[in-house]
Design a protein around this ligand. Structure first.
Ligand code: AMP
Length: 398
């Protein structure tokens, strides 16, 4: 029985999922991850309908990406005997300005993607380490790169340019947008759930540890809250989101902060964590009765609504909003906070449906609609991988 393996390799973790190559839908056959690669590597995985397994990966504590991918292969062979991996799809954060579709991986593509490292220094090198490790462990299995930037690649110059000298745009300093695999998956779900709205003007709110918004018209991205990097836009778990660049100049000139200090501040010490002084996790903030936690949640909601306003202007209209990501899927309070501020867009929240986390959370009487849809980036990667390798039809026919 053929399977597709998806891999998402980060700096200290490798996440994986396995899908039946013959099925376009339905849950993963198995999911898992190796965390703590740099310190104390722990392997956690679960095959469908079995107990979660958890074990230390290496007696030395640390492990590299090769060891992690090797452990995934061993686990598959021991737990899913009789099944074979026929294709591997990789989540790659940056495809650069050229790539608007997933691509088969070869040496040339790896070199091209490596050259994009300065555009995503915290993600791209680790994504590629995962690719190199998987090619070593599965040398005869076709592999596919699926880019988080690809969904946004159809934007014109006026959407993606920054108002700095034009040559920077041509050198690659432009808005790219991220979370594209999630948006693509959600746009596909919306086409099935609500085809009329899906053909219209939709805001997708991917609110998780990383958070962004996408303006989608007839299933295509026309603008994103994220920009050159995954720092821009909404405040996130530990990232600042949009910030006046004058603050950075001030911190450099007056506080002596260099690029390393600023990188740590903006990526790791800001967002919900920095503002609350408590936690980067929305659940912790909601459970706290401190003023700082409450103000942080209110700030997150206000910033989300202001950015939605700007994307509605880009769309020149509004038909629906979809909430997704850990916060968007699970926090009725954040969704209510956002929806209550969007009544001017013709939205009326259905509070009971919102509390239950129903798929439709707007009242039937209102003009615009609100939805909650669980995202599945791994499923999107698996679909792309089957399409690019030409295995989609064959596996289904088999
Ligand atoms: P993600 O990065 O998509 O996994 O989302 C992680 C974020 O979702 C964290 O801030 C979590 O606190 C938040 N989250 C997950 N479950 C809940 C919940 N039940 N209520 C509020 N926030 C949640």
């Amino acid at each position: 029985m053929p399977m597709v393996l998806t891999l998402n390799a980060g700096s200290s973790s490798v996440k994986f999922a396995l899908f039946d190559a013959a099925l376009d839908d339905g849950p993963a056959m198995a999911t898992g991850q190796i965390d703590g690669l740099a310190s104390h590597a722990i392997f956690t995985a679960r095959a469908a309908a079995t107990e979660k397994e958890c074990f230390e990966l290496s007696p030395a504590g640390r492990a590299d990406h090769v060891r992690a991918v090797n452990a995934i292969l061993e686990w598959i062979e021991s737990r899913l005997a009789g099944r074979s991996v026929v294709a591997i799809g990789h989540r790659i954060v940056h495809g650069g300005p050229r790539h608007a579709t997933p691509l088969p991986i070869d040496d040339n593509l790896i070199e091209e993607l490596r050259a994009l490292t300065p555009l995503a220094p915290l993600h791209q090198p680790h994504n590629l380490q995962g690719v190199v490790a998987a090619r070593a462990e599965f040398p005869h299995v076709p592999q596919v790169a699926c880019f988080d930037t690809a969904f946004h690649r159809g934007h014109p110059f006026v959407t993606d340019a920054f108002a700095i000298p034009r040559h920077f745009y041509h050198e690659g300093v432009r808005r790219y947008g991220f979370h594209g695999l999630s948006y693509e998956y959600i746009a596909g779900c919306l086409r099935r759930i609500a085809p009329v709205e899906a053909a219209g003007k939709v805001i997708i709110a991917h609110l998780g540890n990383g958070a962004s918004l996408c303006a989608v018209r007839d299933g295509r991205s026309i603008a994103s809250s994220m920009g050159f990097t995954a720092l821009d836009g909404l405040p996130m778990g530990t990232r600042c989101g949009q910030i006046d660049p004058g603050v950075l100049l001030y911190l450099m000139a007056e506080k002596g902060m260099d690029v390393h200090a600023l990188t740590d501040l903006l990526y790791n010490q800001s967002g919900l964590k920095g503002l609350s002084g408590l936690s980067s996790d929305m659940r912790d903030l909601q459970a706290s009765d401190s003023r700082e936690a409450r103000e942080t949640i209110d700030h997150f909601i206000l910033r989300t609504c202001r950015k939605i306003g700007s994307l509605v202007a880009a769309l020149e209209g509004f038909d629906a909003i979809v909430f997704t990501g850990g916060i968007g899927e699970n926090s009725a309070a954040v969704r209510k906070g956002v929806l209550d501020r969007l009544r001017w867009l013709g939205l009326e929240p259905d509070d009971e449906a919102n509390e239950r986390g129903d798929t439709v959370i707007s009242s039937p009487a209102c003009r615009a609609r609100a939805f909650v849809i669980k995202t599945d980036e791994e499923r999107m990667i698996a679909r792309h991988t089957l399409e690019v390798t030409g295995l989609a039809g064959r596996s289904r026919a088999a």
